[in-house]
Design a protein around this ligand. Structure first.
Ligand SMILES: Cc1cc2nc3c(=O)[nH]c(=O)nc-3n(C[C@H](O)[C@H](O)[C@H](O)COP(=O)(O)OP(=O)(O)OC[C@H]3O[C@@H](n4cnc5c(N)ncnc54)[C@H](O)[C@@H]3O)c2cc1C
Length: 390
């Protein structure tokens, strides 16, 4: 059983969904999905094929070789690719979202000219260097330092959970460049070539999103030209504004789309299983308790779909959507975790083996309320945006 999109959408998005669904069915069979997860890896050649279809151009403006910023299509692409777990959606996100979206929004004219055409063609991958050993949600407190020396910026410090640092061309890195200023006036984004002298990394073992290793990254007096500052030297100390802008809104949607895609895959699998598994003389789907679990899960999923694509449409039209994107991230990540546990119950012992995808989907879905701005951070955002005062 494949759950179909139930919302009105442009024809080209429906066509893209169909194309990606066939791609996933043909190229990402279960044994490959299991292997990518076990070995912390993703298929280079399949990412190349997706890029050749024009997928990475979806977040790049036309003037830089992209397809225009089509956020609804990009979100639908994540949803479809996540049917195969994170191994196909991951690299697409590292290119189109961490790279294309951020540079299109915040890059200097030179950075846009140099990087966006390559990003649109899928030739560059970015990693996010936000978190640090002592900094999770409180990003304004990053301690990685950047000091200006002549026409260079020199970086020292450490990033944690830098997913994809091992394969990325650039780390899109949040640093402090004014230690004596108020925190929010001291933040700068820098593009750090992952192979620059002074950059070293060690992988972290983790159970979710295992399409690659998440890494500890160390900067030991990494010297970069000041042109590595995102937006150029004049944008130094304006990183907080970049984090609160459109790129971050779309980033929340990217994480929500992953949670939605994993949750959809979990329900599809549990739905099939419940119709095949016979206990007490009938398929377990005919036991009312099981049927209700599945119906509740699918009801949550359909509500998530509305939240996701409502916010994506607003972002697409460049309308204010900080509230809607926070709702989507919060609600879909939390619902996804609930859906995962419900589907796990339906699939019984087999959900705990690696005979089915549910085992991986549970691991990935339980992590979604934590990564990419935790549920606590989204609730704080919403309390602030809705002006809830004590
Ligand atoms: C597999 C994986 C991949 C990741 N990839 C990346 C990446 O590529 N780049 C990157 O920069 N980071 C990455 N992260 C880090 C991730 O974004 C952080 O885990 C996340 O931001 C939360 O930070 P924390 O876990 O340190 O939690 P903390 O900030 O320490 O928070 C712990 C708990 O306390 C709650 N909490 C804290 N402060 C408040 C508050 N003021 N109000 C309410 N609740 C609060 C949080 O909601 C959370 O539940 C990754 C993490 C994982 C597990």
């Amino acid at each position: 059983m494949m759950i179909e999109n139930t919302l009105a959408e442009p024809d080209h998005v429906t066509a893209l969904r169909r194309q990606l669904r066939r791609f996933v069915q043909d190229k990402a069979p279960r044994e490959k999905r299991r292997l990518w997860d076990k070995e912390h890896t993703w298929p280079r050649e399949l990412f190349r094929a997706l890029a050749d279809m024009g997928l990475c151009a979806l977040t790049v403006p036309e003037e830089f070789g992209g397809a225009g910023q089509d956020i609804v299509a990009a979100v639908a692409a994540i949803e479809e690719l996540c049917r195969a777990g994170p191994a196909l959606a991951g690299p697409f996100i590292h290119c189109a979202f961490y790279g294309g979206m951020n540079i299109a929004e915040n890059g200097s004219p030179e950075q846009k000219l140099e990087l966006l055409p390559k990003l649109a063609r899928g030739e560059l991958l970015f990693a996010y260097g936000l978190s640090e050993p002592d900094v999770g949600g409180d990003l304004a407190s990053v301690k990685t330092r950047g000091r200006i020396e002549g026409d260079q910026i020199v970086l020292s410090g450490a990033k944690r959970w830098c997913t994809g640092a091992d394969f990325a061309d650039y780390i899109y890195c949040l640093i402090n460049t004014a230690p004596n200023a108020p925190k929010r006036e001291a933040l700068t984004f820098v593009l750090v070539p992952a192979k620059a002298p002074g950059v070293s990394m060690t992988p972290i073992e983790h159970v979710n999103l295992r399409y690659t290793a998440s890494c500890d990254v160390h900067f030991n007096d990494v010297r970069l030209p000041v042109s590595a500052i995102v937006g150029g030297l004049e944008k130094m100390n304006t990183g907080w504004g970049m984090m609160a802008g459109r790129a971050l809104n779309v980033e929340k949607l990217e994480v929500a789309a992953c949670a939605f895609g994993f949750a959809q895959a979990a329900i599809e699998e549990a739905w099939r299983y419940a119709q095949e598994r016979v206990q007490f003389g009938k398929p377990i789907a005919e036991h009312q308790a099981v049927a209700h679990k599945l119906v509740d899960a699918r009801t949550k999923l359909e509500i998530c779909r509305h939240a996701l694509y409502h916010a994506a449409r607003l972002a697409n039209e460049n309308k204010p959507c900080a509230i809607e994107t926070s709702i989507a991230k919060l609600f879909i990540a939390e619902s996804g975790a609930e859906i995962a546990l419900a589907c796990q119950q339906v699939m019984g012992a087999y959900a705990l083996s690696d005979a089915y995808d549910i085992e991986r989907n549970v691991r990935d879905l339980l992590g979604m309320p934590i990564v990419g701005g935790s549920s606590g951070m989204q609730r704080n955002n919403l309390a602030r945006l809705w002006r809830l005062k004590g």
